[in-house]
Design a binder for this molecule. Sequence first.
Ligand code: HEC
Length: 112
Amino acid sequence: MARLALFFIVFFMYIPDWAEESFITQYEYGQMLYKNPRGIGCINCHGKKGEGAVIAAYIDDGKKVILKGPDIRSVSMKQLRRNLKSRHRIMPTYFLTDSEIRAIYTYLHEEQ
Ligand code: HEC
């Protein structure tokens, strides 16, 4: 019995340690959401790390049109939240929680 109790004590002391190592950082969580935010990834229109990207280039009425996703690296948390929750012409509306938006913000602002 004592040995069994000891096993459980050791077992439960071991778990938090292991769980901690498997947790991802805020940066990694943000990176994951940026690529796959339950919808089209931000990466497709705003580039690998928010620097902006060309979405499409086409000829309209003989004129070349380049459609771009803007650079969003210096966007504030407030702007980011407002933008993700509002409707746009090209950019989709997302249903992300505040902590998910904060993780994306961390990803865009932290150097790594
Ligand atoms: C289909 C392409 C597309 C996707 C996907 C997309 N965006 Fe955008 N985004 C745009 C375009 C185009 C604009 C500028 C015009 C507008 O508001 O529609 C924009 C504007 C923004 C702005 C405002 C920039 C400013 O200077 O005011 C932010 C912030 C932003 N996007 C963040 C995101 C994030 C974060 C994601 C992923 C969750 C995302 N976008 C996904 C195309 C996209």
